[in-house]
Design a protein around this ligand. Sequence first.
Ligand code: DGJ
Length: 318
Amino acid sequence: MTSDSTTSVPTIRPGLVWPDNRGRHIQAHGGGIIRLNGTWYWFGEDRAEDNDPARRYVSCYASKDLATWEFRNQVLALEDPESFGSEWVLERPKVFYNARTQKFVMYMHVDGRLPGNASRYSVARVAVAISDTVDGDYKYVRSFRPFGKESRDIGQFIDDDGTAYLIFESRPSQGFYIASLSDDYLDVKEIVSFIKSPLEGGAIVRYEGLYYVIGSALTGWWPNANKVATAPSLAGPWSEFTDIAPPISHTYMSQSSNLIKVTGSETTTVIYVGDRWRPEEIWDSRYVWMPVRIGNGQLELPAPVPWSIDVETGRVQY
Ligand code: DGJ
């Protein structure tokens, strides 16, 4: 975002318009962030007002400091790929780099109205797309229901050893799944954990040997009290869920999407990445990014204020 005069490190301002290098509000809603060779890449739903309404878009941005983002490309500008219908949905794209195949694999939630169904979220599938380069273009491969299950919100987790996991929410099971991926990442391989709690917007971080999972309640675009649970292993056992912020704040009017771990030379900082949705003007939905207080099984999201991070040391300034 902008640079403070007191520091050379640019400031992140939660909830405000976040201009990219072109001066346009970043379009990467419900996003996923990965780091490759010292650069972070942020993928998300591009909901720009001037997009072709028949297509669904994913954009990619790149940054060295997590605050200033360069628009790289609309890496997907997809027409309804499988006759999902005119109201079809593409949400929460996440990209994984597969070192074995040297391909970039995008997962996304695709949806639409099944014949005779009242909900435009009744198709409930994941789709995959593939690219040779991080910033596209991505080629649509197919959609499927992971392990035959309904899947809506998806999240991603890349463990410290590089293993990639898909998180997906499944309403009939009233909970969400953590699944490992096949060797080529084009399919899910195994359910590592099922967490029986009706939550979506799932995100995971491993911090000091403990796994922390966060998620939101199922209230559509309206924000609610997001929650956290911990486990010594991804397979569990998972603790009870507790609030990450005062419930009255509705998670400071945001919904979880990701947790970024910045392992610096001096300290490790974990950043909550949330969306402040504006469903009537969805292109103007905002981002709530804040470092969390984390450790000993606790994860708390402080009230948003402007902040900056030195990604070399991991230190944060407010
Ligand atoms: C909540 C989900 O987290 C969002 O991604 C979106 O699907 C909305 N529901 C739609 O109501």
